[in-house]
Design a binder for this molecule. Structure first.
Ligand SMILES: Nc1nc2c(ncn2[C@@H]2O[C@H](COP(=O)(O)OP(=O)(O)OP(=O)(O)O)[C@@H](O)[C@H]2O)c(=O)[nH]1
Ligand SMILES: [Mg+2]
Length: 454
């Protein structure tokens, strides 16, 4: 087993070093991140492994605060007639008493950089290139290790990327990467590791393995996510509750089913957040469609459907579409003639079989509650948007997820996928129904098929 590549993440205080580590390790709990300077006080490491083999070690370091004074101090360490090179000067500094007193924090950074193969120099690209940053780079370069500048905050409109590129080139640093740790570019990690491979030729293989592994994980995550969404939709499409035709009983059933669907959506949201390594409160309150801190509160609000551009109106209800005697549409749910509505909507035979004739007899005088197509569309749209947001989110992000209205027309109109139509006829496919049979092969097959279409 070869030694893992070690990188020191260094830079001025408050530029997002700890944030970068969070994003690269996909660990929202790494270290402490704060808008206040001098948050990180000690060196802390994280390790990335592939198949149990550690390939990369990243070390977070305290922020540099007073590089001007330190550079001054370093330059005066040469004895008369002596002309030390950078690493020799840094070594003398680290042996001296000031490294334990006045420059204690700085010493931790330099020690870590000396012990590492290279440094990632994090930059707040919104800042002008001040003398203190140039001095910082001089001090860090004295360690004699390759430095790769990482431009953070590049999604901010006030970034000064050209200015920084120019200044870095003048200091002999021509390779650099843009990597906003809150909103990292899709190919950000690839670019970062590829640039490192140019600086560290002997680590090329390890970095490539790391990249391949991350790519495979990204694909696997995406597939699992689509399956989670497909399961939610099948659960809701197949949901079917019979209700005695009596006003108060009906109303109660309607409320219960709405709650059940909302909770089911919330479960999907939480599963997606977990899959992507975010916390369950990361998708908290924001503008529509996330209200009141809970994801699903407005699911049955006609306004939500309108805002997302989902078509509501006649013909959206499963029963109505099939021409069954639907006598009441209750905002997102359909209350239809029992058995009849269900049977016709989903194909009479299958439904009759799945209910069993004894049960069918019992259903006489009952009515049936199902989830409208428009709600299925809305669920699909929202989960797809959430997935989109999760794919683009860095693990350093602290704001709650904002989900924008999608531009495309998918799911808003047109025919619903076959899998959902089919699910209408199989109440046992829904975990929201009593006695579900969730491991049925046909259900799994439809979930796979639907996941392809999301
Ligand atoms: N918008 C945005 N905010 C960021 C980004 N990176 C970091 N931040 C924020 O900047 C602040 C500082 O981030 P930290 O990661 O604590 O910075 P640091 O360099 O580790 O700071 P010290 O440990 O104090 O030296 C926090 O409020 C972060 O949320 C970024 O790419 N974009
Ligand atoms: Mg920090």
């Amino acid at each position: 087993m070869t030694k893992p590549l070690t990188l020191a993440v260094v830079g001025h205080t408050n530029v997002g070093k700890t944030s970068l580590l969070r994003t690269l390790t996909r660990d929202v709990g790494f270290g402490e991140v704060s808008h206040r300077p001098s948050t990180t006080r000690h060196v802390e490491g994280a390790r990335l492994s592939v198949d149990g083999e550690p390939l990369l070690e990243l070390y977070d370091t305290p922020g540099l605060e007073d590089a001007i004074a330190l550079l001054d101090y370093l330059e005066r360490l040469d004895r008369p007639g002596e002309r030390l090179d950078g690493p020799a000067r840094v070594a003398r500094f680290l042996d001296g008493s000031e490294a334990r007193q006045r420059f204690e924090q700085e010493a931790k950074v330099l020690r870590q950089l000396l012990a590492s193969d290279a440094g990632l120099y994090v930059i707040d690209a919104r800042e002008p290139v001040l003398a203190k940053y140039r001095d910082e780079l001089s001090v860090l370069s004295s360690c004699g290790k390759p430095l790769l500048p990482v431009l953070n905050f590049v999604s901010s409109p006030q970034h000064r990327e050209p200015e920084w590129r120019d200044a870095l080139a003048r200091l002999g640093l021509h390779a650099l990467v843009r990597f906003d740790s809150v909103a990292p570019p899709e190919d950000g990690e690839r670019r970062l590791y590829e640039s490192l491979a140019l600086l560290l030729e002997h680590s090329r293989d390890a970095l490539q393995r790391l990249l391949n592994d991350q790519e495979a994980q990204r694909e696997a995550r995406k597939r699992s996510a689509l399956r989670l969404i497909a399961e939610l939709l099948i659960d809701c499409a197949a949901c079917r509750r019979s209700v005695a035709s009596e006003k108060t009983v009906e109303q109660q059933a309607i409320n219960q089913l709405r709650d059940a669907v909302r909770q089911r959506e919330q479960r999907c949201v939480e599963a997606l957040l977990k899959l992507y390594g975010f916390r369950s409160n990361d998708a908290a309150a924001s503008d529509l469609p996330l209200l009141d801190g809970r994801w699903g509160n407005d699911l049955f609000n006609p306004e939500t459907l309108k805002q997302l551009g989902v078509r509501v109106g006649s013909g959206v209800a499963a029963g109505a579409a099939a021409g069954a005697g639907v006598d009441l549409m209750v905002g997102g749910l359909t209350l239809g003639a029992a058995a009849l509505a269900g049977a016709i909507a989903g194909g009479a035979l299958q439904t009759a079989r799945s209910y069993g004739s004894r049960l069918l007899g019992k259903l006489k005088g009952q009515r049936e509650l199902t989830v409208d197509d428009s709600v299925l569309r809305l669920l699909a749209l929202r989960q797809r948007q959430l997935l989109h947001a999760l794919n683009a989110r860095g693990h350093a992000a602290v704001d709650s997820i904002k989900v924008a209205t999608p531009e495309d027309k998918t799911w808003r109109e047109g025919k619903l996928p076959e899998a959902l139509k089919k699910a209408r006829a199989y109440p046992q496919w829904s975990s929201l129904n009593p006695h579900p049979k969730l491991s049925q092969a046909e259900r799994q097959a439809q979930i796979e098929a639907l996941a392809e279409q999301i």
